[in-house]
Design a protein around this ligand. Structure first.
Ligand SMILES: *Cc1c(COP(=O)(O)O)cnc(C)c1O
Length: 421
Protein backbone atom coordinates (compact mmCIF):
# COMPACT_ATOMS: atom_id res chain seq x y z
CA UNK A 1 0.00 0.00 0.00
CA UNK A 2 1.15 3.48 -0.79
CA UNK A 3 0.53 5.97 1.94
CA UNK A 4 1.26 9.51 2.88
CA UNK A 5 4.79 9.63 4.34
CA UNK A 6 4.80 10.10 8.11
CA UNK A 7 7.45 12.81 7.88
CA UNK A 8 7.91 15.44 5.22
CA UNK A 9 11.01 15.98 3.08
CA UNK A 10 12.99 19.00 1.98
CA UNK A 11 12.31 20.68 -1.35
CA UNK A 12 15.61 19.30 -2.66
CA UNK A 13 14.67 15.76 -1.67
CA UNK A 14 11.19 16.05 -3.14
CA UNK A 15 12.53 17.43 -6.40
CA UNK A 16 15.15 14.74 -6.58
CA UNK A 17 12.48 12.05 -6.19
CA UNK A 18 10.31 13.80 -8.74
CA UNK A 19 13.14 13.90 -11.25
CA UNK A 20 13.92 10.25 -10.65
CA UNK A 21 10.29 9.39 -11.42
CA UNK A 22 10.73 11.15 -14.75
CA UNK A 23 13.59 9.01 -16.06
CA UNK A 24 11.33 7.08 -18.41
CA UNK A 25 9.37 10.11 -19.61
CA UNK A 26 9.62 11.00 -23.27
CA UNK A 27 12.42 13.40 -24.13
CA UNK A 28 10.47 16.34 -25.49
CA UNK A 29 13.26 18.85 -24.95
CA UNK A 30 15.05 17.15 -27.82
CA UNK A 31 11.92 16.95 -29.98
CA UNK A 32 11.58 13.15 -29.68
CA UNK A 33 7.81 13.29 -29.20
CA UNK A 34 5.43 13.41 -32.17
CA UNK A 35 2.37 13.67 -29.92
CA UNK A 36 1.22 15.30 -26.68
CA UNK A 37 3.88 18.02 -26.74
CA UNK A 38 3.79 21.19 -28.84
CA UNK A 39 7.04 22.86 -27.93
CA UNK A 40 7.97 26.28 -29.23
CA UNK A 41 11.43 26.34 -27.66
CA UNK A 42 13.15 27.44 -24.44
CA UNK A 43 12.22 31.14 -24.68
CA UNK A 44 8.52 30.37 -24.87
CA UNK A 45 8.96 27.79 -22.08
CA UNK A 46 10.31 30.57 -19.89
CA UNK A 47 7.33 32.82 -20.63
CA UNK A 48 4.92 29.99 -19.77
CA UNK A 49 6.73 29.21 -16.51
CA UNK A 50 6.85 32.85 -15.45
CA UNK A 51 3.20 33.62 -16.14
CA UNK A 52 1.89 30.31 -14.78
CA UNK A 53 3.96 30.73 -11.63
CA UNK A 54 2.73 34.26 -11.17
CA UNK A 55 -0.97 33.33 -11.02
CA UNK A 56 -0.44 29.79 -9.72
CA UNK A 57 -2.48 30.04 -6.53
CA UNK A 58 -5.45 31.98 -7.90
CA UNK A 59 -8.82 30.49 -8.80
CA UNK A 60 -10.82 31.39 -11.89
CA UNK A 61 -14.05 30.06 -10.39
CA UNK A 62 -14.96 33.51 -9.14
CA UNK A 63 -13.97 36.28 -11.55
CA UNK A 64 -15.14 38.96 -9.11
CA UNK A 65 -12.41 37.90 -6.69
CA UNK A 66 -9.78 37.66 -9.45
CA UNK A 67 -10.86 40.15 -12.12
CA UNK A 68 -7.48 39.80 -13.88
CA UNK A 69 -8.38 36.21 -14.75
CA UNK A 70 -11.69 37.36 -16.20
CA UNK A 71 -9.88 39.96 -18.30
CA UNK A 72 -7.32 37.44 -19.53
CA UNK A 73 -10.02 34.92 -20.43
CA UNK A 74 -12.00 37.57 -22.31
CA UNK A 75 -8.84 38.56 -24.13
CA UNK A 76 -8.04 34.95 -25.08
CA UNK A 77 -11.59 34.34 -26.35
CA UNK A 78 -11.63 37.61 -28.30
CA UNK A 79 -8.27 36.88 -29.94
CA UNK A 80 -9.36 33.41 -31.07
CA UNK A 81 -12.76 34.74 -32.18
CA UNK A 82 -10.99 37.31 -34.34
CA UNK A 83 -8.55 34.77 -35.83
CA UNK A 84 -11.51 32.56 -36.75
CA UNK A 85 -13.34 35.45 -38.45
CA UNK A 86 -15.99 35.76 -35.79
CA UNK A 87 -17.54 39.15 -35.01
CA UNK A 88 -19.59 40.82 -32.25
CA UNK A 89 -22.30 38.24 -32.87
CA UNK A 90 -20.01 35.30 -32.05
CA UNK A 91 -18.34 34.49 -28.77
CA UNK A 92 -17.67 31.91 -26.12
CA UNK A 93 -15.55 30.87 -23.18
CA UNK A 94 -12.25 29.33 -22.26
CA UNK A 95 -12.22 25.68 -21.19
CA UNK A 96 -9.69 23.21 -19.84
CA UNK A 97 -9.06 21.55 -23.21
CA UNK A 98 -10.45 20.17 -26.43
CA UNK A 99 -12.56 17.58 -24.70
CA UNK A 100 -14.32 20.17 -22.55
CA UNK A 101 -14.79 22.51 -25.53
CA UNK A 102 -16.31 19.67 -27.53
CA UNK A 103 -18.48 18.61 -24.63
CA UNK A 104 -19.81 22.16 -24.35
CA UNK A 105 -20.44 22.30 -28.10
CA UNK A 106 -22.42 19.04 -27.97
CA UNK A 107 -24.33 20.03 -24.83
CA UNK A 108 -25.23 23.44 -26.24
CA UNK A 109 -26.61 21.84 -29.41
CA UNK A 110 -28.53 19.22 -27.42
CA UNK A 111 -30.12 21.73 -25.08
CA UNK A 112 -30.92 24.22 -27.84
CA UNK A 113 -32.59 21.56 -29.98
CA UNK A 114 -34.48 20.38 -26.91
CA UNK A 115 -35.71 23.94 -26.30
CA UNK A 116 -36.40 24.85 -29.92
CA UNK A 117 -37.60 21.57 -31.41
CA UNK A 118 -38.56 19.54 -28.37
CA UNK A 119 -36.07 16.78 -29.26
CA UNK A 120 -35.64 14.50 -26.27
CA UNK A 121 -33.10 11.86 -27.38
CA UNK A 122 -30.97 13.53 -30.02
CA UNK A 123 -28.63 12.14 -32.65
CA UNK A 124 -25.09 13.38 -33.31
CA UNK A 125 -23.54 12.70 -36.72
CA UNK A 126 -19.73 12.74 -36.92
CA UNK A 127 -17.15 11.74 -39.51
CA UNK A 128 -15.45 8.40 -38.90
CA UNK A 129 -12.27 10.41 -38.25
CA UNK A 130 -13.84 12.66 -35.58
CA UNK A 131 -12.09 12.76 -32.24
CA UNK A 132 -13.24 10.29 -29.52
CA UNK A 133 -14.28 13.31 -27.42
CA UNK A 134 -17.52 13.37 -29.47
CA UNK A 135 -18.32 9.74 -28.64
CA UNK A 136 -17.51 10.51 -25.03
CA UNK A 137 -19.74 13.59 -24.99
CA UNK A 138 -22.60 11.70 -26.63
CA UNK A 139 -22.16 8.96 -24.05
CA UNK A 140 -22.22 11.37 -21.11
CA UNK A 141 -25.13 13.35 -22.57
CA UNK A 142 -27.16 10.28 -23.51
CA UNK A 143 -27.24 11.03 -27.23
CA UNK A 144 -27.32 8.62 -30.14
CA UNK A 145 -24.03 8.81 -31.98
CA UNK A 146 -23.44 7.76 -35.60
CA UNK A 147 -20.36 7.84 -37.80
CA UNK A 148 -20.22 8.84 -41.44
CA UNK A 149 -18.29 6.29 -43.55
CA UNK A 150 -14.81 7.18 -44.73
CA UNK A 151 -14.19 7.23 -48.49
CA UNK A 152 -11.42 5.13 -50.08
CA UNK A 153 -9.59 8.43 -50.41
CA UNK A 154 -9.75 8.63 -46.58
CA UNK A 155 -12.02 11.68 -46.94
CA UNK A 156 -15.38 12.42 -45.42
CA UNK A 157 -17.96 13.01 -48.16
CA UNK A 158 -20.82 15.39 -47.41
CA UNK A 159 -23.20 13.30 -49.55
CA UNK A 160 -23.09 10.59 -46.90
CA UNK A 161 -25.12 12.88 -44.65
CA UNK A 162 -28.24 12.36 -46.74
CA UNK A 163 -29.86 9.27 -45.36
CA UNK A 164 -28.20 9.69 -41.95
CA UNK A 165 -30.01 12.84 -40.87
CA UNK A 166 -33.14 12.17 -38.85
CA UNK A 167 -35.71 14.54 -37.36
CA UNK A 168 -33.93 13.96 -34.06
CA UNK A 169 -30.50 15.06 -35.28
CA UNK A 170 -29.19 17.75 -32.91
CA UNK A 171 -25.64 18.16 -34.23
CA UNK A 172 -23.44 17.50 -37.25
CA UNK A 173 -19.66 17.68 -36.86
CA UNK A 174 -16.69 18.34 -39.14
CA UNK A 175 -12.98 18.57 -38.28
CA UNK A 176 -10.39 21.15 -39.34
CA UNK A 177 -8.30 19.13 -39.60
CA UNK A 178 -9.07 15.66 -38.27
CA UNK A 179 -6.66 13.96 -35.89
CA UNK A 180 -5.84 10.71 -37.76
CA UNK A 181 -4.81 12.13 -41.18
CA UNK A 182 -4.62 15.88 -40.66
CA UNK A 183 -7.22 16.45 -43.39
CA UNK A 184 -9.94 19.12 -43.33
CA UNK A 185 -13.47 17.81 -43.86
CA UNK A 186 -15.71 19.40 -46.54
CA UNK A 187 -16.99 22.00 -44.07
CA UNK A 188 -18.93 24.28 -46.52
CA UNK A 189 -20.89 21.36 -48.02
CA UNK A 190 -21.60 19.76 -44.66
CA UNK A 191 -22.55 23.05 -43.00
CA UNK A 192 -24.89 23.92 -45.88
CA UNK A 193 -26.77 20.63 -45.47
CA UNK A 194 -26.98 21.21 -41.71
CA UNK A 195 -28.22 24.78 -42.17
CA UNK A 196 -30.90 23.75 -44.66
CA UNK A 197 -32.27 21.35 -42.05
CA UNK A 198 -31.93 23.80 -39.15
CA UNK A 199 -29.33 21.58 -37.44
CA UNK A 200 -26.35 22.97 -35.47
CA UNK A 201 -22.94 22.38 -37.06
CA UNK A 202 -19.75 22.16 -34.99
CA UNK A 203 -16.25 22.54 -36.43
CA UNK A 204 -13.62 20.76 -34.36
CA UNK A 205 -10.58 22.98 -34.86
CA UNK A 206 -8.85 21.75 -31.71
CA UNK A 207 -5.81 21.07 -33.89
CA UNK A 208 -6.20 23.69 -36.59
CA UNK A 209 -7.63 26.66 -34.70
CA UNK A 210 -4.29 28.28 -33.94
CA UNK A 211 -2.42 27.00 -37.01
CA UNK A 212 -4.69 27.30 -40.07
CA UNK A 213 -5.23 31.10 -39.74
CA UNK A 214 -1.47 31.62 -39.95
CA UNK A 215 -1.01 29.15 -42.82
CA UNK A 216 -3.61 31.12 -44.76
CA UNK A 217 -1.65 34.33 -44.13
CA UNK A 218 1.52 32.55 -45.32
CA UNK A 219 -0.20 31.79 -48.63
CA UNK A 220 -1.15 28.14 -48.13
CA UNK A 221 -4.37 27.10 -49.79
CA UNK A 222 -6.68 26.21 -46.93
CA UNK A 223 -10.22 25.01 -47.68
CA UNK A 224 -12.86 27.16 -45.89
CA UNK A 225 -13.66 26.01 -42.36
CA UNK A 226 -14.17 28.93 -39.94
CA UNK A 227 -16.99 31.44 -39.24
CA UNK A 228 -16.78 32.64 -42.85
CA UNK A 229 -18.64 29.43 -43.70
CA UNK A 230 -22.43 29.89 -43.39
CA UNK A 231 -24.08 27.33 -41.16
CA UNK A 232 -21.16 26.90 -38.73
CA UNK A 233 -22.69 27.38 -35.26
CA UNK A 234 -19.79 26.44 -32.98
CA UNK A 235 -16.02 25.92 -33.13
CA UNK A 236 -13.60 24.33 -30.65
CA UNK A 237 -9.97 25.53 -30.79
CA UNK A 238 -7.18 24.38 -28.50
CA UNK A 239 -4.61 26.83 -27.21
CA UNK A 240 -2.60 24.04 -25.62
CA UNK A 241 -1.75 22.58 -29.02
CA UNK A 242 -0.61 25.02 -31.72
CA UNK A 243 -1.28 28.02 -29.47
CA UNK A 244 1.78 26.75 -27.50
CA UNK A 245 0.07 27.35 -24.14
CA UNK A 246 0.44 24.94 -21.23
CA UNK A 247 -2.06 22.10 -20.89
CA UNK A 248 -5.51 23.18 -19.79
CA UNK A 249 -6.26 25.87 -22.37
CA UNK A 250 -8.92 25.77 -25.09
CA UNK A 251 -11.79 27.90 -26.38
CA UNK A 252 -15.37 27.13 -27.42
CA UNK A 253 -17.08 29.72 -29.64
CA UNK A 254 -20.76 29.93 -30.58
CA UNK A 255 -22.73 31.62 -33.35
CA UNK A 256 -24.85 33.35 -32.31
CA UNK A 257 -23.13 34.16 -29.04
CA UNK A 258 -26.54 34.01 -27.35
CA UNK A 259 -26.37 30.19 -27.64
CA UNK A 260 -24.10 30.45 -24.60
CA UNK A 261 -27.32 30.38 -22.58
CA UNK A 262 -27.41 26.63 -23.32
CA UNK A 263 -23.81 26.16 -22.17
CA UNK A 264 -23.69 27.96 -18.83
CA UNK A 265 -25.00 26.59 -15.54
CA UNK A 266 -26.60 28.43 -12.63
CA UNK A 267 -27.95 27.14 -9.35
CA UNK A 268 -29.15 28.74 -6.15
CA UNK A 269 -31.23 26.09 -4.40
CA UNK A 270 -28.88 25.47 -1.50
CA UNK A 271 -27.62 27.53 1.43
CA UNK A 272 -24.50 28.75 -0.38
CA UNK A 273 -26.04 31.35 -2.65
CA UNK A 274 -25.97 31.68 -6.42
CA UNK A 275 -23.43 29.38 -8.05
CA UNK A 276 -22.63 29.78 -11.71
CA UNK A 277 -20.09 28.32 -14.14
CA UNK A 278 -19.50 29.00 -17.81
CA UNK A 279 -18.34 25.49 -18.63
CA UNK A 280 -17.67 22.19 -16.85
CA UNK A 281 -15.12 23.07 -14.21
CA UNK A 282 -15.90 24.47 -10.80
CA UNK A 283 -12.61 25.48 -9.26
CA UNK A 284 -10.67 26.51 -12.33
CA UNK A 285 -6.87 26.62 -12.45
CA UNK A 286 -5.41 30.04 -13.15
CA UNK A 287 -2.04 28.83 -14.43
CA UNK A 288 -3.28 27.74 -17.89
CA UNK A 289 -5.12 31.04 -18.27
CA UNK A 290 -2.14 33.15 -17.26
CA UNK A 291 0.30 31.17 -19.39
CA UNK A 292 -2.02 31.14 -22.40
CA UNK A 293 -2.63 34.86 -22.21
CA UNK A 294 1.09 35.50 -21.83
CA UNK A 295 2.17 33.38 -24.80
CA UNK A 296 -0.40 35.00 -27.11
CA UNK A 297 0.99 38.42 -26.24
CA UNK A 298 4.61 37.30 -26.17
CA UNK A 299 4.47 35.80 -29.66
CA UNK A 300 1.95 38.06 -31.37
CA UNK A 301 0.99 37.49 -35.00
CA UNK A 302 4.63 37.75 -36.02
CA UNK A 303 5.68 34.99 -33.64
CA UNK A 304 2.88 32.64 -34.67
CA UNK A 305 3.69 33.22 -38.34
CA UNK A 306 7.34 32.38 -37.72
CA UNK A 307 6.46 29.22 -35.79
CA UNK A 308 3.92 28.18 -38.44
CA UNK A 309 6.57 28.63 -41.13
CA UNK A 310 9.12 26.58 -39.16
CA UNK A 311 6.57 23.85 -38.50
CA UNK A 312 5.55 23.63 -42.15
CA UNK A 313 9.17 23.57 -43.31
CA UNK A 314 9.77 20.59 -41.04
CA UNK A 315 6.52 18.96 -42.19
CA UNK A 316 7.32 19.39 -45.87
CA UNK A 317 10.84 18.00 -45.46
CA UNK A 318 9.44 15.02 -43.55
CA UNK A 319 6.71 14.29 -46.06
CA UNK A 320 9.11 14.65 -48.99
CA UNK A 321 11.54 12.35 -47.19
CA UNK A 322 8.86 9.73 -46.61
CA UNK A 323 7.65 9.95 -50.20
CA UNK A 324 11.21 9.55 -51.45
CA UNK A 325 11.35 6.09 -49.83
CA UNK A 326 9.41 3.77 -52.15
CA UNK A 327 8.08 1.35 -49.55
CA UNK A 328 6.33 3.87 -47.26
CA UNK A 329 3.79 6.58 -47.89
CA UNK A 330 1.70 9.29 -46.26
CA UNK A 331 -2.00 8.43 -45.94
CA UNK A 332 -4.38 10.82 -47.69
CA UNK A 333 -3.52 14.46 -48.32
CA UNK A 334 -2.75 16.30 -45.08
CA UNK A 335 -3.76 19.97 -45.00
CA UNK A 336 -1.49 20.98 -42.16
CA UNK A 337 1.33 19.56 -40.06
CA UNK A 338 -0.29 16.33 -38.86
CA UNK A 339 0.04 13.15 -40.89
CA UNK A 340 0.19 9.37 -40.77
CA UNK A 341 2.86 7.13 -42.32
CA UNK A 342 1.77 3.80 -43.78
CA UNK A 343 3.24 1.02 -45.91
CA UNK A 344 2.01 -1.72 -48.24
CA UNK A 345 5.33 -3.60 -48.07
CA UNK A 346 6.25 -3.44 -44.40
CA UNK A 347 4.46 -3.99 -41.11
CA UNK A 348 4.56 -0.29 -40.29
CA UNK A 349 3.88 -0.92 -36.61
CA UNK A 350 6.93 -3.20 -36.45
CA UNK A 351 8.88 -0.40 -38.12
CA UNK A 352 7.52 1.77 -35.31
CA UNK A 353 9.00 -0.62 -32.72
CA UNK A 354 12.50 0.07 -34.02
CA UNK A 355 11.85 3.80 -34.02
CA UNK A 356 10.67 3.48 -30.41
CA UNK A 357 13.91 1.70 -29.54
CA UNK A 358 15.73 4.66 -31.03
CA UNK A 359 13.92 7.03 -28.69
CA UNK A 360 11.04 8.32 -30.84
CA UNK A 361 7.55 8.56 -29.41
CA UNK A 362 4.40 8.66 -31.54
CA UNK A 363 0.88 7.27 -31.56
CA UNK A 364 0.00 4.22 -33.64
CA UNK A 365 -3.16 3.88 -35.69
CA UNK A 366 -5.03 1.01 -37.24
CA UNK A 367 -7.48 0.73 -40.14
CA UNK A 368 -5.15 1.50 -42.00
CA UNK A 369 -2.07 0.83 -39.84
CA UNK A 370 0.03 3.95 -39.43
CA UNK A 371 2.53 5.88 -37.37
CA UNK A 372 1.01 9.22 -36.38
CA UNK A 373 3.14 12.37 -36.43
CA UNK A 374 2.13 15.79 -35.13
CA UNK A 375 4.87 18.20 -36.12
CA UNK A 376 5.77 21.26 -34.08
CA UNK A 377 8.43 23.96 -34.52
CA UNK A 378 11.28 22.19 -32.74
CA UNK A 379 10.99 19.19 -35.05
CA UNK A 380 12.90 21.13 -37.70
CA UNK A 381 16.00 20.22 -35.68
CA UNK A 382 15.46 16.46 -36.02
CA UNK A 383 14.02 15.90 -39.51
CA UNK A 384 17.17 14.32 -40.96
CA UNK A 385 17.77 12.19 -37.89
CA UNK A 386 14.20 10.89 -37.98
CA UNK A 387 14.35 10.08 -41.69
CA UNK A 388 17.67 8.28 -41.20
CA UNK A 389 16.17 6.23 -38.38
CA UNK A 390 13.06 5.48 -40.46
CA UNK A 391 15.26 4.22 -43.29
CA UNK A 392 17.19 2.09 -40.80
CA UNK A 393 13.97 0.77 -39.24
CA UNK A 394 12.62 -0.25 -42.65
CA UNK A 395 15.63 -2.54 -43.05
CA UNK A 396 15.73 -3.94 -39.54
CA UNK A 397 12.21 -4.50 -38.25
CA UNK A 398 10.57 -7.74 -37.12
CA UNK A 399 7.77 -9.43 -39.06
CA UNK A 400 5.07 -8.08 -36.81
CA UNK A 401 4.62 -5.70 -33.90
CA UNK A 402 3.21 -6.73 -30.57
CA UNK A 403 2.09 -3.23 -29.60
CA UNK A 404 -1.49 -2.11 -30.11
CA UNK A 405 -2.63 1.16 -31.64
CA UNK A 406 -3.16 3.61 -28.80
CA UNK A 407 -3.83 7.26 -28.10
CA UNK A 408 -4.46 8.09 -24.48
CA UNK A 409 -4.65 5.84 -21.46
CA UNK A 410 -5.30 2.10 -21.38
CA UNK A 411 -8.04 1.82 -18.77
CA UNK A 412 -8.66 -1.92 -19.14
CA UNK A 413 -7.04 -2.65 -15.73
CA UNK A 414 -9.46 -0.27 -14.02
CA UNK A 415 -12.37 -1.73 -15.96
CA UNK A 416 -11.61 -5.31 -14.94
CA UNK A 417 -10.94 -4.24 -11.32
CA UNK A 418 -14.43 -2.76 -11.26
CA UNK A 419 -15.99 -5.91 -12.67
CA UNK A 420 -14.30 -8.09 -10.05
CA UNK A 421 -15.50 -6.06 -7.09
C1 LIG B 1 -6.60 17.00 -29.22
C2 LIG B 1 -7.85 16.96 -29.98
C3 LIG B 1 -9.11 16.94 -29.32
C4 LIG B 1 -9.24 16.76 -27.83
O1 LIG B 1 -8.59 17.69 -27.12
P1 LIG B 1 -7.97 17.43 -25.67
O2 LIG B 1 -7.32 18.75 -25.43
O3 LIG B 1 -7.02 16.28 -25.77
O4 LIG B 1 -9.07 17.17 -24.72
C5 LIG B 1 -10.21 17.00 -30.12
N1 LIG B 1 -10.15 17.05 -31.45
C6 LIG B 1 -8.97 17.05 -32.11
C7 LIG B 1 -8.96 17.10 -33.60
C8 LIG B 1 -7.79 17.00 -31.40
O5 LIG B 1 -6.62 16.97 -32.03
Amino acid sequence: MRRLPAQGSSLEEVMESLRSLQVHDADYHNARTWAYIYNAGPEVDEVLQAAAGHVLLENALNPFVFPSLREMQRDIVAIVNDLLHGDEGTGGTTTSGGTESIFMGVKTARDRMRAEKGIEKGRVIVPRTAHPAFAKSAHYLDLEWVQMPLGDDLRTHAGALEGMITDDTVLIVGSAPNFPYGMIDPIPEMARIAMERGIPFHVDACLGGLMLPFLERLGYEIPPWDFRVPGVTSISADLHKYGYAIKGASVILHRPKTNLQYQVFQFDNWPGGLYGTQAFLGTKPAAPIGACWAVLHYLGEEGYLRLARETMEATERLIEGVRAMDSVHVWGQPDMCVFAIGSYDHDILAVGDILNERGWHFDRQEGPPALHLMVSPRHRLVVDEFLTDLRYALNHHAAASTKAATYGDDVSAEVSAKQES
